[in-house]
Design a protein around this ligand. Structure first.
Ligand SMILES: Cc1cc2nc3c(=O)[nH]c(=O)nc-3n(C[C@H](O)[C@H](O)[C@H](O)COP(=O)(O)O)c2cc1C
Length: 158
């Protein structure tokens, strides 16, 4: 099983969250790779069984510009069975808390097999590790079940 984490981060919060997830993934019997969005070749999307996307939120609940290409690539991919998850950090001071996670969530739910979403307030805390473990579990269980079951719901990790 091949799993990718692809993330965007300016001030390091989402990077930190992506690295927590990567550490957890590395304890699993899967081939996992972590990419900054700038280093991820969009043409490689089809090589993975599961992709977890990490994004901060910009403007008024907007996607970071550097994530727009990835967002469009999922829309064009046409792989409804591709297992995905989306996670991100944001600041609840803003009216659209983690709005970019919501934008990805809505698109991935339609175009892929979305397993889980996770929102973290600014810097990940110790209690977020358990939430990260649940996201990884949801994603890997979904890949294992993908051939057995049809599209399922998704989990909001609290
Ligand atoms: C100009 C600006 C706009 C932002 N807009 C939002 C927003 O609409 N919603 C939100 O949840 N966070 C917003 N944030 C907060 C960032 O998403 C948050 O600090 C995030 O953790 C940054 O991630 P990073 O450290 O990975 O770059 C904004 C931050 C800045 C500087």
């Amino acid at each position: 099983m091949k799993v990718a984490i692809v993330y965007a981060s300016i001030t390091g919060n989402t990077k930190e969250l992506a690295e927590v997830l990567f550490k957890i993934l590395k304890m699993q019997p899967v081939e996992s790779t972590i990419y900054k969005i700038e280093e991820f070749p969009l043409s490689h999307l089809c090589q993975f069984d599961a992709v977890a996307i990490g994004t901060y939120t910009w403007g008024n609940g907007e996607l970071p510009t550097e994530m727009e290409g990835l967002y469009q690539a999922f829309e064009l991919l046409g792989r409804e069975k591709l297992v995905t998850a989306v996670f991100g950090t944001g600041d609840s001071f803003y009216p659209r808390y983690c709005g970019a996670v919501d934008l990805f969530r809505d698109m991935l739910y339609v175009n892929t097999n979305l397993a889980a979403i996770l929102k973290v307030e600014l810097t990940p805390q110790v209690q977020d590790v358990v939430r990260c473990q649940r996201l990884v579990e949801s994603m890997l269980n979904r890949v294992n079940n993908v051939n057995k079951r049809m599209k399922e719901g998704m989990e909001t990790v609290r």
